[in-house]
Write a protein that binds this ligand. Structure first.
Ligand code: ZN
Length: 283
């Protein structure tokens, strides 16, 4: 279950750090370990990712999708986890923060998504492994961490729950040089490749990843998705290629690149160049 990162910035120089449930989403953990989400941030914009890691910049983000995801994840983690989550977030989940007034429409939708999955016999049978398992290991010489939604070592597979607006929506993606699906667009193929490797290093078991996707449509769509090996190999190659520079940027040994078009870059932009309309960069 994701929580907002702690407020205190952390110095990367501290040496001893024990990764556990309590500090997994902390800033300390992000300085000691690489993770898909931080690596992905660096891939989008190094300058913004570094500033965020140093707590110099906090991008505006709507908290609802995160709460929505956590509502669903905590439900399938355990009854206690879900109760804990609801208690901690009563103000955000209920209308006027009042339990008597009922859930806000977003979370009524989350309930619908839960029902849609629960009504699937196959999902109920498959989603039986250990929940929220922390894994760690070295990927191309760097310490990485991951948290597995549902790990079934006995059947050598693991599952990741993803909520999505529409499973079949197309997304323009520069690297794919055209339209692609939500999973590739959000780098879930990279996440699954990393998790597979970290599970192997933590438990010495080769597991097959599956994404369980559920849509936020009024009648939720659902799908169980596999990830082709070539996509995971491709993502590992991408990590190998990009990681050395990203690590040096993280360690302050190299300057970050500015993507030039994210909120952070726009807020630091100085209008001192003239660009021909034929040279306006398109994303
Ligand atoms: Zn940027």
């Amino acid at each position: 279950m994701k929580t907002k990162q702690d407020k205190k910035a952390y110095s990367p120089t501290s040496t001893t750090f024990q990764l556990n449930d309590k500090n997994y989403y902390s800033n300390q953990a992000n300085w000691h370990f690489q993770s898909k989400s931080i690596f992905w941030n660096f891939m989008q914009c190094e300058a913004a990712a570094l500033a965020q890691l140093k707590h110099e910049y906090q991008p505006f983000s709507n908290p609802t999708p995160l709460l929505f995801g956590n509502y669903l994840h905590s439900y399938f983690e355990s009854k206690q986890a879900h109760e804990r989550f609801i208690k901690a977030n009563e103000n955000s989940l209920y209308k006027y923060g009042n339990k008597e007034k009922g859930l806000k429409s977003d979370f009524k939708q989350a309930q619908k998504c839960i029902k849609a999955l629960e009504n699937e016999e196959r999902f109920r049978l498959l989603y039986q492994g250990q929940k929220e398992v922390i894994v760690k290991g070295k990927i191309f010489g760097v310490d990485w961490m991951g948290k597995i939604d549902c790990l079934d070592l006995k059947h050598k597979c693991f599952f990741d729950l993803k909520t999505v607006d529409d499973i079949h929506k197309k997304h323009y993606n520069k690297r794919e040089n055209g339209y692609t699906n939500f999973a590739v667009d959000r780098g879930y193929d990279m996440q699954m490749a990393i998790y597979k490797e970290l599970i192997k290093q933590t438990f010495d078991v080769e597991c097959t990843p599956f994404i369980i996707a559920v849509s936020k449509q009024s009648t939720p769509d659902k799908a169980m998705l596999s990830i082709p090996e070539w996509r995971m190999d491709d993502r590992m190659n991408q990590i190998e290629e990009l990681q050395p520079h990203i690590q040096r940027v993280k360690n302050g040994e190299e300057e970050p690149n500015y993507c030039g078009h994210c909120d952070y870059c726009r807020s630091h932009k100085i209008m001192n160049e003239i660009t021909s309309i034929d040279d306006i960069e398109l994303y």
